[in-house]
Write a new protein. Structure first.
Length: 363
């Protein structure tokens, strides 16, 4: 498979910025509480969905609090109810004397950029965006550390897995909004299915995402609502027996549609191991596409609290365990051992570079 970058100035700038990125930072072994951390104040602003979304906001919040506990300090966190809250929430934390401010999600990039440029002594950690608002291929300010994740790699494995598990020959996906950090899951998933079809001479269909047009089914937001449920129902009506919803809580709407259908349909989680974060949908979950947001935030905050802030972008990959797939849990008995072996071999091939998954983060 050949590499391909998605079009657009912002995405091209991201690729240029990441060309010199190193490997993931090692987890700090600091016992915390030293002189550098004594007056250190780590803070966080959520995207809408809040810190109990059982997804990316919650993972970031857990990483923040774990780091604060290790450093022996108290963290501050504020939730955004709507996108109009972003700038005021970030500024509010600046006004409260925060040392490092973590912004959760690409939607906060503009607010993070503005605040970082105006406050060069405050450190910023940006989840899911490199904060290149002018598209010049560089992060807007030296006091911003991006945490980004090439989830296409892990989603590829899940797509291949799903193609090997499906009984109907149809798998589906849908997202919140068509942004690169959402579509990267969907596109990686579709690539995995394509690769299965190529190697097995199979004809498993992917509905909800079209690789050629780079477009598909989207709810228009990131809330668990009737729109998300209707889209999931549409996939079920088209005979999909495995569904990947990408967009925080929208998986809850998909789960409701699956449960109402009475059919043996698998759900795939994203970001966290949703089997662990939301046991209410556990029996439905084939697996989850993991995104190490909690680890990335923890490492960045511990380093900053020990006066070792590093603005080099962290790019999560299969190689550095920044992305991955969760255990199969209740579905383990339904996944053939031979298929598991094949998925493990594909992971090794992606890591050693003999198999390339297309992504806007691919080098």
């Amino acid at each position: 498979m050949t590499k391909a970058l998605l079009s657009g100035l912002a995405i091209a700038g991201t690729a240029a910025l990441l060309a010199g990125c190193g490997s993931a930072p090692a987890t700090s072994s600091s016992s915390g509480g030293g002189a550098a951390a004594s007056d250190y104040l780590p803070c966080m602003v959520s995207d809408f969905g809040g810190f109990e979304d059982k997804s990316f906001n919650q993972l970031g919040y857990e990483g923040l609090n774990k780091a604060a506990d290790e450093l022996g300090v108290e963290a501050k966190a504020v939730e955004s109810a709507t996108e109009t809250d972003y700038a005021s929430n970030v500024q509010g934390l600046v006004d409260q004397g925060c040392s490092t401010i973590v912004t959760v999600g690409f939607a906060l990039a503009s607010a993070a950029s503005e605040a970082a440029l105006a406050n060069p002594d405050v450190e910023f950690v940006s989840i899911d965006d490199v904060v290149d608002t002018d598209g010049d291929g560089e992060t807007d300010a030296e006091n911003i550390k991006p945490l980004i994740f090439d989830t296409a790699q892990a989603a590829f494995l899940v797509g291949y897995l799903s193609a090997g598990v499906t009984q109907t020959g149809v798998v589906g996906t849908f997202g919140g909004m068509n942004f690169p950090t959402v579509s990267v899951f969907m596109d990686g998933f579709a690539q995995g299915v394509e690769y299965y079809n190529e190697t097995k001479s199979a004809d498993v269909q992917v509905i909800g995402w079209d690789r050629a047009s780079q477009d598909g089914s989207f709810t228009g937001g990131f809330e668990a609502n009737d729109t998300a449920r209707q889209i999931a129902q549409g996939l079920i009506d088209q005979n999909a027996d495995i569904i990947l919803p990408v967009g925080g809580p929208i998986y809850q709407s998909a789960a409701a549609a699956i449960q109402d259908s009475g059919k043996d349909i698998a759900l795939i989680g994203v970001d966290a191991d949703v089997y662990e974060t939301d046991p209410s949908v556990g029996p439905l979950l084939l697996t989850s596409v993991l995104k190490g947001i909690d680890v990335g935030v923890y490492d960045a905050i511990v380093a900053a609290g020990n006066d070792e802030f590093d603005n080099a972008p962290f790019v999560g990959t299969l190689e550095n365990d920044g992305v991955g797939i969760a255990p199969f849990h209740d579905w383990e008995s339904k996944v053939p051992a031979e298929l598991v072996t094949e998925v493990d071999a594909l992971k090794a091939s992606i890591i050693d570079g003999s198999l390339t998954v297309e992504s806007y983060l691919a080098q």
